[in-house]
Write a protein that binds this ligand. Structure first.
Ligand SMILES: Cc1ncc(COP(=O)(O)O)c(C=O)c1O
Length: 383
């Protein structure tokens, strides 16, 4: 039977038609005036999304590249850092920092829970000599569907000299993040999630304190060198060949974001989260994250007893053309994840829930067809 593909994973996410069309243009010279105008324009408009006055640097990179860029630009080998981890991507920050010679201490929280600001504040209060150079945070832990209260975590770092580094790969553009107001020193993100672009662009902004740390940093870097990227940006250029077509797409994606408005986008994500969670619960399924810390962009669902998560993903994909994400590392086959960030509408949630009900029924789970869809409809009609 004919199927329409639905990419309901938490990145890469579906790309709007307008963004796809914008990228279908002849490539231009990246050292010419047309590119310079484009690059200056998008770099400027990105500041609004980051809520910062600082330069937003653009790299041809995956999110992991930006995590590495954050590490190598502000640290020197032997620096002590504190990595707050609530899942796979917090762990990744620790791994990268250790690989580059930082002395890494982890502050781990259970997967499925958010980091407690009080625990972070207590740990930093114990660092009387101010040895910890940076605190690494994950805004939205994509592997568990939990959003950290970054504002409160950053506030917990106040009074300590450590830089606050935030992985906003799966949050920026879907949930509020106010870099300057919240006192964040480094914020990184990628193009392929809430920014509604294909994978391939990474972004990083640094506070004045972070720029000062860059000037002192001795970790080796060439491609990631933020100072070189900043210098090139001052001329409306990149230090190397940028993915020009993706920048055409970025200009259009930013236009879409401006048209909808950041606050409306955040509200849309919260509504979709509420509808999806109500729908899943009405099917008798459990959720990994508590409502209080549940991500507006990705939901981790516990499969019913006796049905493997992977089986659900397989049926959703093969029978209905809907791609969901699986669990990672220790959550492999323990959960499946539904991505709802970026270019996602109410109807996408309803289609996903309807197909999930049919999938569960096909796999032998006792489910009342329509119960999940109805629960979601009721919430969507309120909004
Ligand atoms: C929170 C978070 N950080 C970092 C990454 C890494 O991004 P990439 O896969 O583009 O390297 C991801 C990807 O899913 C993510 O969700």
């Amino acid at each position: 039977m004919l199927q329409k593909p639905y990419l309901m994973v938490p990145g890469p996410t579906a790309v709007p038609e307008r963004v796809l069309q914008a990228m279908h243009r002849p490539v231009i010279n990246h050292r010419g005036p047309q590119y310079e105008a484009l690059f200056r324009d998008v770099s400027d408009r990105l500041k609004t999304v980051f809520k910062t006055k600082q330069d937003v640097l653009t790299y041809p990179a995956a999110g992991t590249g930006m995590m590495e860029a954050a590490v190598v630009n502000i640290l020197s080998p032997g620096d002590h850092v504190l990595v707050v981890s609530i899942g796979v991507f917090g762990d990744r920050f620790a791994e990268i920092a250790a690989k580059f010679g930082a002395v890494v201490e982890k502050l781990d929280f259970a997967w499925g829970e958010a980091a407690a600001p009080r625990v972070l504040a207590e740990r930093l209060a114990g660092d009387k000599e101010g040895r910890i150079k940076a605190v690494f945070l994950t805004h939205n832990e994509t592997s568990t569907g939990v959003t950290n209260d970054v504002q409160a975590l950053a506030a917990a770092c106040k009074g300590h000299p450590a830089l606050v580094v935030v992985d906003a790969v799966s949050s920026l553009g879907a949930m509020d993040l106010a870099m300057d107001e919240w006192g964040l020193d480094v914020v990184i993100t990628g193009s392929q999630k809430a920014l509604m672009l294909p994978p391939g662009l990474g972004f990083m902004a640094l506070s004045e304190r972070a720029w000062a740390a860059c000037a002192q940093s001795t970790m080796p870097k060439f491609y990631w060198d933020a100072q070189a990227v900043k210098k090139a940006l001052a001329k409306g250029q990149n230090p190397y060949t940028p993915p020009v077509s993706l920048l055409f797409g970025l200009a259009e994606a930013l236009r879409l974001i401006e048209e909808e408005g950041l606050d409306n986008i955040f509200a849309r994500h919260r509504t979709l989260r509420a509808a999806l969670r109500a729908g899943v619960r009405a099917m008798g399924l459990g959720l990994l994250a508590d409502d209080k810390v549940a991500s507006p962009g990705v939901t981790a669902v516990l499969p019913p007893t006796g049905i493997e998560a992977k089986k659900i993903q397989k049926t959703m994909r093969e029978r209905f053309g809907i791609t969901l994400a699986g669990g990672q590392k220790k959550l492999e086959n323990q959960i499946f994840r539904i991505g709802h960030l970026g270019y996602v509408a109410q109807t996408d949630i309803l289609v996903t829930l309807a197909a999930l009900e049919m999938t569960l029924a096909l796999l032998g789970h006792k489910v009342e067809l329509g119960a999940g869809v109805r629960a979601a409809q009721e919430i969507l009609m309120e909004g």
